[in-house]
Design a protein around this ligand. Structure first.
Ligand code: FES
Ligand SMILES: [Fe+2]
Length: 387
């Protein structure tokens, strides 16, 4: 539903003037209009101008450690296969058969080849067509011309990203100075120990905004995270496609107050040695990086009011090898399994409220700088100002 007040049609939805209030400085600014969270046209434009153009985070390479290990996903409506080759290289392919387009693989597993369930065309895990039954009479048909369509995939610190745009700049250029700021966490030496999926009845931006402000902690997490102590979090300068909060404090942020956990990493330097980092890797991945571990919140947009959330938990390999790992890690899981459903619940309530014909733009608190920064980043792309 469009905002009855002033967004009466799709033309108004994409007119820069509609967003004059959002473009003002934080303490004068309005929030994004409700239609940005509910309109199929706005969502479609986000897919075209954001998710089809940027480096989309899709998890850890250690999810598929062995040759032939694969997983599939549907990202912003595009079916993709991620597979590790015999040469140990992780590759991405469009999950659509080169014959008549059937989905080649579903779920995850290990295989030596992908055999299409329709007519048995069979593709090697490097994407080349190995077998195409009964194609001898087809004129000028050369199997080497029918490779699976590759999708760009690059990685950093053990995390993998895909990009649907062949003209996009490399991942490291996209991330800018973020890898340097987070280098001392040594993500490449971590192992992902748990990956959990949720399906949420809310727009992807609602979840990002929630993750990037601490204003709601005293209310939504009143009996859980609000008991953690420390200075207020501060928005950090960024040179790259990210923004981030840093909070100075002592003790792991991945535990509830009163719980003890694993030893802190002894190789943290600079800001990471004094608190926790919460970067948002545009458009829709949030990291929590603290003294003893990191976790990520990865969002896959599925529609204007539907989003998949994936939560991954990573610890240094030396921690994972401890004899007491399985026992102690339960305290971390408890923290995430309490706080994440709290955020999921409030996000779905916000979506329901924003879908009301009486919903209007609101104003922002000083404690919500990155809600403002993020909304303007989205507008820059959707309205075609940059990107
Ligand atoms: S659609 Fe895949 S073999 Fe025919
Ligand atoms: Fe929260």
């Amino acid at each position: 539903m469009l905002d009855a007040a002033f967004i009466t049609d799709d033309q108004a939805l994409f007119r820069a003037g509609t967003y004059a209030g959002v473009r003002k400085p934080l303490l004068e600014a309005s929030t994004l209009p409700p239609a940005c969270y509910t309109s199929p046209a706005f969502y479609k434009r986000e897919v075209q101008t954001i998710f089809m153009k940027v480096w989309n985070f899709i998890g850890r390479a250690d999810r598929i450690p062995n040759a032939g290990d694969y997983f599939t996903l549907e990202f912003a409506g595009v079916p993709v296969i991620i597979v590790r080759g015999k040469d140990a290289v992780v590759r991405a392919f469009a999950n659509t058969c080169r014959h008549r387009g059937a989905l080649l693989a579903e779920g995850e597993g290990n295989c030596r080849a992908f055999r299409c369930p329709y007519h048995s065309w069979t593709f090697d895990i490097d994407g080349s067509l190995m077998v195409a039954p009964e194609m001898e009479q087809t004129l000028d048909f050369k199997p080497e011309d029918w490779h699976l369509t590759p999708i760009r995939l690059e990685s950093w610190g053990g995390f993998i990203f895909i990009n649907f745009d062949s003209a996009a700049a490399p991942l490291m250029q996209y991330l800018g100075d973020l890898p340097g700021k987070l280098a001392s966490y040594r993500f490449e030496e971590m192992a992902c120990v748990r990956r959990k999926e949720y399906e949420l009845a809310c727009n992807w931006k609602i979840y990002v905004e929630n993750a990037m402000e601490a204003y709601h902690i005293a209310t939504v997490h009143r009996s859980t995270l609000s008991r953690q102590k420390g200075k207020p979090s501060e928005a950090q300068p960024s040179a790259g496609e990210y923004c981030g909060l840093f909070k100075e404090h002592k003790g792991s942020r991945a535990l509830l107050a009163g719980d003890t956990g694993f030893p802190e990493m002894d190789h943290l330097e600079g800001l990471p040695a004094t608190g926790s980092w919460y970067p948002l890797l545009y458009p829709s991945t949030m990291f929590g990086c603290t003294y003893d571990c990191m976790w990520w919140l990865e969002l896959h947009p599925m529609g204007p009011d539907k989003t998949k959330l994936i939560v991954g938990s990573c610890f240094p390999r030396s921690t994972v090898e401890r004899a007491d790992f399985e026992e102690v890690v339960q305290r971390y899981y408890k923290r995430w399994d309490i706080s994440i459903p709290e955020d999921n619940g409030i996000s779905e309530l916000q979506q329901r409220g924003l879908a009301s014909p009486f919903a209007r733009q609101g104003r922002l608190a000083a404690a919500e700088p990155l809600v403002h920064t993020f909304g303007n980043w989205v507008l820059d792309r959707v309205l075609g100002v940059t990107g």
